[in-house]
Design a protein around this ligand. Structure first.
Ligand code: GUN
Ligand code: ZN
Length: 477
């Protein structure tokens, strides 16, 4: 049976780059999307143009609501589900030591882990995030809880246990070199769809996740590279952090270069983790590799990310919170790297991706305008991202980062119907603004203003339904 979802539909059609998002915007104020019994999209467009063959389909009328692609969050930390706005008394490394390592240790308790997994999946569903690339717990039972709950609910996730072979003993996250690899392999064998046939239908996948280079040794990076080489062709992912905190000498980047004696941080993930950036093993980069933050990359690092087809997860809310700086938008786009969006929950305190995009807009319009200088400096990097670029970054770019653009991320015919229904009546400021705002007589200007207001003003309360592959998801609360 075919189901037709009626509403105000918009998405980024085709497979554009971020710079082409505006031209690729599909906007159907009186729209219809038809979904078959397998959850595949068979029509998306204007209601009045619906093919006659669909005349007898079942209709769900989302009257007054917006229908947009499910949000793809490419960087989030499941063991930090109860860590939002933790006061660490400093930047990244202080926050990790003072708040995050002790909090993540709580997942050693199976009951606590179960509560965390249920809460995590509820939050994803309630905020319209249909796919998440998730840093997991070091504890296999906690990982099982998350994979089981995601499977029960029908959520898409990519997740992997956080690998740490260098950590304080009290943190309860540390594994021996042997256990680290054994446990990642066991997780892949248990939860990753290993055959091509299974991958076509799968919703849950496994990633190889060293926490960051400072949490592992050169020996671990070598072993993980070998393991990745073994499973790479079967769709396993790699993710970690890169160039987040640039505090001189004692911060993340300088400490990494000091510990490994490498020329660049990226080298540690690129098989060149021996002193002087000598090759010591296989690269972890590639089209299913996602590096979070990339606030302080050199041109060479950006070029290498682009060359290998790796993606960035840009996490502006977290970067504000930890004082990490701002990923340079223009320079990163110009390098040709795919930029997706990440909440980085719990360094970010916002699950709802439109709010993360809201911060993304504010971060880049404020970029590098030197205070107290010429009001129009020539090195002004300020950019007012177009709402279509924001939408692209929160949906299709994420599907691309996860190498699943052929399955979801927009409403092209044949894709799986992952979508969010936003009801402005459930969000006062959004609803009243959209109703009473000035409507520019130029239809294109009015459309852009309308879309911008939807993305910027929506809050989680507006999410009235979340669908994955045509199926409405249910949270436990
Ligand atoms: N670098 C290493 N671990 C973390 C983490 O948990 N959050 C962030 N934001 N950066 C990290
Ligand atoms: Zn992170």
């Amino acid at each position: 049976m075919i189901t037709i979802h009626k509403g105000h539909i918009f998405h980024i059609a085709g497979a554009p780059k971020v710079t082409q998002a505006e031209q690729a915007l599909a906007w159907h104020p009186d729209g219809a999307m038809a979904v078959d019994e397998r959850g595949r999209i068979v029509y998306c467009g204007n209601w009045k143009d619906l093919p006659a063959s669909l005349a007898n389909a079942h209709i769900i009328d989302h009257a007054g609501c917006y229908i947009m692609p499910g949000f793809v969050d490419t960087h989030m930390h499941y063991p930090q589900v109860f860590c939002g706005d933790s006061y660490g008394g400093g930047q990244l490394l202080e926050w990790l030591n003072n708040c995050i390592f002790p909090s993540e240790a709580l997942l050693a308790d199976p009951e606590y882990a179960r509560t965390a997994a249920i809460e995590w999946c509820d939050r994803m569903i309630n905020s319209g995030t249909t796919m998440g690339l998730i840093f997991g717990s070091a504890h296999p039972h906690a990982q099982d809880c998350l994979f089981e709950t995601a499977r029960e609910r029908g959520l898409r996730i990519v997740c992997g246990r956080g690998v740490e072979t260098v950590a304080p003993d009290w943190s309860k996250q540390k594994s021996s070199e042997e256990d680290a690899i054994r446990l990642v392999r066991a997780e892949i064998e248990k939860w990753h769809p290993l055959t091509a046939e299974a991958r076509k239908e799968a919703l849950q996948f496994v990633a190889i996740v060293p926490r960051f280079s400072l949490s592992v040794t050169a020996k671990t990076l070598k072993a993980l590279g070998d393991l990745y080489e073994e499973y790479r062709d079967r769709g396993v992912y790699f993710t970690s952090h890169l160039n987040e905190n640039a505090r001189p000498k004692t911060g993340e980047i300088d400490s990494t270069k000091e510990v490994y004696k490498v020329h660049s941080y990226l080298d540690t993930y690129d098989g060149k983790f021996l002193p002087n950036s000598q090759v010591g093993g296989k690269s972890l980069l590639g089209k299913r590799s996602v590096l979070a933050h990339c606030v302080h990359c050199t041109d060479k690092e950006l070029a290498r990310l682009a060359e290998t087809g790796s993606s960035i997860s840009h996490c502006p809310v977290s970067q504000f919170f930890l004082g990490s700086g701002t990923m340079p938008w223009r320079r990163t786009v110009a390098a040709g790297v795919n930029i997706s969006i990440g909440s980085d929950y719990g360094a970010g305190d916002e699950f709802f991706i439109p709010q993360v995009l809201n911060s993304c807009f504010k971060a880049h319009i404020s970029e590098a305008t030197p205070v107290g200088m010429d009001p129009y400096p020539t090195n002004d990097q300020s950019v007012a991202l177009h709402p279509a670029e924001l939408l692209f970054t929160g949906t299709l770019a994420g599907a691309r980062a996860l190498d699943q653009e052929d399955r979801f991320g927009n409403f092209d015919i044949g894709k799986e119907a992952d979508f969010v229904v936003l009801d402005p009546a459930k969000c006062q400021t959004m609803g009243m603004t959209l109703k009473h705002m000035y409507k520019n007589p130029d239809p294109k200007v009015a459309r852009d203003a309308h879309m911008f207001a939807v993305i910027m003003l929506a809050r989680e309360s507006a999410v009235s339904a979340t669908y994955v592959r045509g199926r409405k998801l249910k949270a436990s609360k």
